[in-house]
Ligand binder design. Structure first.
Ligand code: ADP
Length: 447
């Protein structure tokens, strides 16, 4: 028997069920609406992201591509099938982009290491053979508890900007080359003007001396003094011509790359000391004190002794040329085990600091005027620099030294193997030869 209470309970339950159903229906409808809205905004976002020319992507903590916009698909010449794969997996599907994907992988790694927004420049080759370059920003995202969540990738194309920059650089390079060429041509023109002066002066002196000798009558011929004077002028000016020609030949040989040095194991201290002391007569003429010092008595190493002598004679003749009467020239050879330093120091007129970097260039002279009171062609130091470089060394001016000029030649110490050294027979210059060489190198200095 169903009593009144049971009926009331049943009606109550039914009512409650109806209310729950209605509530659920509303809730489901609301959820559906929210889902539709979400889908709609996702669609809008997708349209916007895909419409953008910039690269937009997102990879999860394992490096799987979760989001990639059309611009990304275009770059890799692919479609949505790239999603869900890591860079390494994509290399298998897109082997033609292996290099680019390796680059992406590398920059991903760096971003995780940086733990911060990182910027890179990435280039992607295209199937038509061109390259597209992007400024890529990678933003690592972490969970609150610090674990990796994913990395957002944003890229802006800079291909055109790069091209313009490249073009600008090329134009600037061309302009610089043109300026350098102009500058070089100016120096060369100056050099040839100077060279004609250099060649003409000794030739004139030789010719007039010969004429004077011819004019000497019987009596005067007996007057040996005059005869010797003219002969000396002829000799010295012939040396000057030989020096100019020698230097020109050497610099041309070096430029053409066929100056062949002859390396021997020799005691470089002896070579430098002997050649320094052998110019003492030139120093004495100007009452210049010539000092040689060293921290070792013997240093056997591989070098071309003849070239070392040329280096020293060039530096010493400049030192004598540019030092006033009564001055001092010091040569110091320092053994530093791996390298030796030869320092040539004078207390002469010095070289202005702004000219110091230029004087090793060919044809450069500090005083270029033809009326200058010291002769020279401006090849000497460029030749010295080339000679030092043949030995793997370098030459510089100490710009802290202000009482004159201080040249520092630094040569690495190498020793030839016994067999190599035996093959090279170093023939020591005989005395007459050396005197001849010194006279040639010092021919700018009038005795
Ligand atoms: P040059 O044959 O004219 O001497 P170098 O190449 O040997 O040519 O030297 C270039 C220039 O460097 C010289 O003209 C001179 O102005 C400067 N110079 C070289 N050595 C010295 C020095 N010891 N003191 C002062 N000036 C120097």
């Amino acid at each position: 028997m169903i009593n009144q209470n049971s009926i009331t309970l049943l009606v109550g339950i039914i009512l409650l069920l109806v209310i729950v159903i209605v509530f659920l229906m509303f809730y489901i409808k609301k959820l559906k609406m929210q889902r539709d809205e979400l889908q709609q905004s996702e669609q809008i976002l997708k349209t916007i992201i895909n419409g953008l020319p910039d690269l937009i992507g997102y990879k999860d903590s394992e490096g799987k591509w979760i989001v990639a916009n059309e611009a990304f698909f275009k770059i890799f010449n692919t479609d949505e099938t790239m999603l869900g794969k890591t860079n390494l997996e994509l290399m298998f599907f897109l082997p033609e982009f292996k290099k680019e994907l390796e680059g992406c992988e590398e920059t991903d790694k760096k971003t995780w290491e940086n733990k911060n927004t990182s910027m890179f420049e990435e280039s992607f080759h295209q199937l038509d053979g061109t390259f597209r370059t992007f400024d890529v920003v990678k933003v690592p995202i972490f969970y609150d508890y610090g674990n990796r969540k994913g990395v957002a990738v944003l890229g802006r194309e800079i291909t055109e900007r790069k091209k313009t920059e490249e073009l600008k650089k090329q134009t600037e390079d061309k302009e610089r080359q043109l300026l350098e060429l102009k500058h070089y041509n100016e120096i060369r023109t100056e050099f040839f003007a100077n060279l004609s002066h250099e060649l003409r002066t000794p030739l004139n002196l030789i010719m007039s001396s010969v004429q004077l000798i011819q004019k000497l009558n019987e009596n005067e011929i007996n007057c040996l003094n005059k005869f010797n004077k003219y002969i000396n002028i002829i000799r010295q000016n012939s040396y000057r011509l030989v020096k100019i020609v020698n230097n020109l030949i050497d610099i041309t040989k070096i430029e053409a790359g066929y100056l062949e040095p002859n390396f021997y194991n020799v005691n470089i201290v002896e070579i430098v000391e002997n050649i320094t002391l052998s110019i003492n007569s030139y120093a004495e003429q100007k009452e210049i004190s010539l000092i040689f010092d060293t921290n070792v008595e013997e240093k056997v190493m591989s070098c071309d002794p003849y070239i070392i002598e040329r280096i020293m004679l060039n530096l010493l003749s400049n030192a004598v040329k540019f030092t006033q009467n009564g001055g001092t020239i010091e040569v110091f050879l320092e053994d530093n085990n791996d390298f030796i330093e030869i320092i040539v120091k004078d207390n002469g007129i010095g070289i202005p600091i702004e000219k110091q970097s230029l004087i090793f260039e060919r044809f450069v002279q500090v005083d270029k005027s033809l009326s200058r009171n010291r002769e020279g062609s401006g090849i000497g130091l460029s030749l010295v620099k080339a000679f030092v470089e043949i030995h793997g060394g370098k030459i510089e001016i100490d710009n802290n030294y202000t009482e004159g000029s201080k040249f520092i030649v630094c040569i690495p110490v190498r020793v030839l193997a016994e067999v190599e050294n035996e093959n090279n027979n170093y023939i020591c210059q005989n005395k007459d030869n050396r005197v001849q060489i010194i006279n040639v190198e010092f021919s700018d200095i009038y005795s």
